[in-house]
Design a protein around this ligand. Structure first.
Ligand SMILES: [Zn+2]
Ligand SMILES: [Zn+2]
Length: 309
């Protein structure tokens, strides 16, 4: 017998929740790095999967190693491949420490890797795309921590002006009349590691179409452990999901020791089958692949239908 080769590194988690792709890795204590390619953003950089290089922004939730371990590599590889400096978004409370880490690499490498840092405090936002904002909200973890909501900003003509000719509207506008309402549509909320609490019930989070969150503990007798580590337990998830308006909840940060089949059973037990249908485990490759194949098949059928003479 010769020694066996090492296990192959796991595949990335992948979900297509139209119009967004949610992809990356998220395993408690190992690495979390979840990218939304449509939004040019990657939440956390615990490791740096190749695909994450394409993200222009990296929004950090907190400084634990499993969330920042790949950050220096991300900055370096983006630079190396001529993709321009990455922009790190983080809580103002950890800015100096993030800089300190990256400066440490600069010193070791005897070269300067460019990066930009934008800090956000609770409620502050930054534009990441046309009409798309990333807004921060405080979360509760064992170190300074932040969640984010991606909001789409739209303007809608006020009801009283609907149907007026363009010329008339232009005239009103020139006279300084506000003819539109500004609306915000929360698309995706990302909590990072956190305890449950009122911060998960603010309108931005509660109304987001997709919530990406963590659930580190599933066993009924692990509630205390969840509290100590300031993480979510499946019962917290159940209670929370009942009062959110999300269409989908994507759950990461499940421990490698947790059997996903068992976790799914515990999820159903905690929230009932109907609510549990909204929940996806990012790293449940088998279920997610099966779901994707159905999506593919449906798209193929639709296309065939549309191409019929
Ligand atoms: Zn973590
Ligand atoms: Zn953490």
């Amino acid at each position: 017998m010769i020694p066996r080769p090492p296990p192959r590194d796991g595949a990335l988690g992948y979900l297509y929740l139209p119009p967004y792709r949610i992809q990356g890795v998220s395993i408690a204590g190992e690495a979390t790095s979840i990218q939304i390619p449509e939004m040019d953003v990657c939440f956390d950089m615990g490791s740096c999967p190749r695909s994450a290089l394409a993200a222009k922004f990296c929004a950090l939730t907190h400084g634990h190693m499993d969330h920042v371990g790949g950050l220096a590599y991300w900055c370096s590889q983006r630079n190396f491949q001529g993709m321009g400096p990455g922009t790190i978004i983080c809580d103002a409370r950890i800015e100096d420490d993030v800089r300190g880490m990256l400066d440490g690499y600069n010193a070791l490498e005897r070269q300067r890797t460019p990066y930009e840092i934008k800090t956000l405090s609770d409620g502050e936002e930054i534009q990441i795309k046309n009409n798309i904002m990333l807004r921060a909200f405080r979360t509760e973890h064992t170190c300074p921590s932040t969640g984010y909501v991606i909001l789409e900003k739209r303007t809608k003509l006020k009801e009283e002006y609907v149907g007026l000719p363009q010329e008339k509207l232009r005239e009103l506008k020139q006279r300084g009349t506000e003819i539109v309402n500004h609306i915000e549509i929360p698309q995706i909320a990302f909590t990072g590691d956190t305890l449950p609490g009122p911060h998960l019930l603010n309108d931005d989070v509660r109304k987001a179409k997709i919530i990406i969150t963590e659930c580190t503990f599933f066993e009924p007798d692990h509630k205390k452990r969840a509290k100590v580590g300031m993480h979510m337990h499946v019962d917290d998830l159940a209670e929370w999901l009942r009062v959110t308006e999300c269409e989908h909840m994507v759950v990461g940060h499940i421990s490698r020791r947790t059997h996903l089949g068992v976790a799914r059973k515990q999820l159903i037990e905690a929230m009932g089958n109907e609510l549990a249908q909204k929940v996806f485990f990012l790293m449940d490759h088998r279920s997610n692949r099966a779901r994707y194949e159905i999506q593919e098949e449906e798209a193929r059928k639709l296309e065939a239908e549309q191409n019929k003479p």
